[in-house]
Design a protein around this ligand. Structure first.
Ligand code: ADP
Ligand code: MG
Length: 488
């Protein structure tokens, strides 16, 4: 967003909507699903009046509860959005439009929020945009509203919030391209694949937001699972024609987690026909899965072939650099400071995927807020100790030596030999580095296991490998790969 320090009078409605969605999302993460649903889900944002955000709740009881228990937190979350909001006012909703709108809008997963707010505040917010524009003009931010069967989009998943690094730059570039020019030759379908928690859904939502923001295209996003349920429901109620027609009326169809359709032959068949009809009509398809089309065994051959015809882009596992960038980006908006050392610690320790990394950071921030204490390396270790332990599976130095030797195709005995040739010495250094990172052995102990070397040799190896990882991304990926293999 361009206008980070804007005052209310220069804040665009979209920014407020997004900020509000983020605040709700953040609260929900902090307090947990049950508490959120009990107390907070019914909040709606009615207006920004000067420096004050007016939040509505349907009853006095809820108003008092939220005011007493979450008032301060809401204020500081609003403050952190830098939109000029310094106070909040929590009120009981009059029989107002904003409330009706809130109730009429789909509240699936308590995530919606964005839709009703967009309507509600358009009439009350002092906006830079001309107020003469019709309050109920086109609402490009709510693409899902046109298809009752499409899933809502997460307002946090935009291109702006997606951090690009080597492992995802290709997928990101393809996604951008499709968002700018849907259905261009060579990019249809766009098939995104990669492991869990690496940003597939994020990129798909980002495409959907961008397309629906740019124009009046009809975008439908849903999980493959939902697609199947809809299809089965249509079969049951003998309304498959309607189902087909509504699907074929979209301009962009996005199906997430296609692997779910494996073994579901009828649904695959239906999808295949929809797919062909849409592509023939010049519409864009975006699909995600955990594997490439050719590795998705159990998918009908003709569908697999069709899926591989456009652009296939994979999202690789994260590298240390990307994890650091993501953490920095996510920590930036937080109202507590997260020291760089803590970010580095997290990036080193939590290598599985971005979702877990994010979860760990959020937990640290929530904890610091709750107890009003700064975040330190020690507090991080304490607060995250269960997550860290899960990641801290005991790896032995022998295992490391074996894996590294295999990987670089040298003999295991060379790990402890005196040979100094580069092709042997470098892998040995990598093994030492990994031994330091992945085990709790001391430097002298590690030295002993590598042919009785001195602890200063190990120290040198560790800093040399770290240096090389900074300057040579291929090397860094190699080391990360080894680390992951050893950790799993
Ligand atoms: P997937 O669909 O591949 O399982 P998601 O798209 O749901 O993964 O991503 C999991 C979480 O990690 C989301 O909260 C998402 O915003 C975040 N995330 C993943 N990759 C990135 C990235 N490159 N930059 C910022 N956030 C990311
Ligand atoms: Mg996903």
């Amino acid at each position: 967003m361009e206008n980070e320090l804007g005052t209310p009078s220069s804040v665009a409605p979209g920014q407020v909507t997004e900020a509000w969605a983020r605040i709700r999302g953040r609260l929900r993460e902090e307090v947990g699903e049950v508490e959120y649903r009990s107390w907070l889900r019914q909040m709606t944002l009615s207006a920004i009046e000067g420096e004050e955000a007016v939040i509505l709740l349907p009853t006095r009881f809820l108003r008092d509860w939220v005011r007493n228990h979450y008032g301060d937190r809401l204020r500081s979350l609003w403050g952190a959005e830098n939109l000029g909001v310094r106070r909040i006012d929590i009120r009981v909703a009059p029989e107002s439009r904003s409330l009706e709108a809130a109730e009429a809008a789909p509240q699936a997963d308590g995530l919606a929020g964005a839709a009703p707010v967009a309507r509600a505040h358009q009439t009350t917010l002092p906006l830079a945009e001309p107020l003469s524009s019709p309050p109920r003009g086109p609402e490009p931010r709510v693409p899902e509203s046109r298809n009752d069967w499409a899933a809502p989009l997460d307002p946090r998943f935009t291109f702006d919030s997606f951090v690009v690094g080597k492992p995802n730059e290709f997928a990101h570039a393809c996604a951008r391209r499709v968002a700018e020019k849907p259905a261009s030759p060579g990019f249809n379908p766009l098939f995104l694949y990669g492991g869990v928690g690496l940003g597939k859904t994020h990129l798909m939502h980002a495409i959907a937001w961008a397309i629906s923001f740019n124009g009046q295209r009809n975008v439908a996003y849903m999980s493959a699972e939902k697609f199947m349920y809809r299809f089965i429901a249509a079969l049951r109620s003998q309304s498959t024609m309607e189902f087909k027609e509504s699907l074929r009326s979209v301009d962009v169809l996005m199906i997430d987690d296609l692997q779910f359709l494996i073994g579901k032959d009828n649904t695959q068949e239906e999808f295949f026909h929809t797919f062909n009809a849409l592509v023939d009509a010049g519409k864009q398809i975006v699909v995600s899965a955990d594997k490439s089309p050719s590795d998705l065994s159990g998918l009908e051959d003709r569908l697999r072939t069709r899926l591989g015809c456009g652009m296939v882009a994979d999202i690789h596992a994260t590298t240390y650099e990307l994890r650091i960038s993501i953490l920095q980006a996510k920590a930036q908006g937080a109202e507590v400071e997260v020291p760089p050392r803590v970010l580095e610690f997290l990036a080193h320790k939590i290598t599985s995927n971005v979702r877990e990394l994010e979860g760990a950071l959020n937990r640290l921030i929530a904890h610091a807020n709750l107890f009003g204490r700064p975040i330190t390396l020690e507090s991080a270790q304490e607060v995250l100790h269960d997550i860290l332990r899960a990641h801290d599976r005991r790896v032995t130095i022998e295992e490391i030596q074996r894996k590294v030797a295999e990987h670089y195709n040298i003999r295991l005995t060379d790990m402890s030999s005196a040979r100094r040739a580069r092709n042997v010495a470098r892998p040995r250094q990598v093994a030492m580095y990994l031994a330091k990172q992945l085990t709790s052995r001391s430097l002298p102990e590690i030295g002993r296991r590598f042919g009785n070397r001195d602890h200063t040799t190990v120290m040198h190896a560790v800093s040399r490998v770290a240096e090389l990882m900074q300057s040579d991304s291929t090397f860094a990926e190699d080391v990360e790969l080894l680390r992951r293999m050893l950790e799993n």
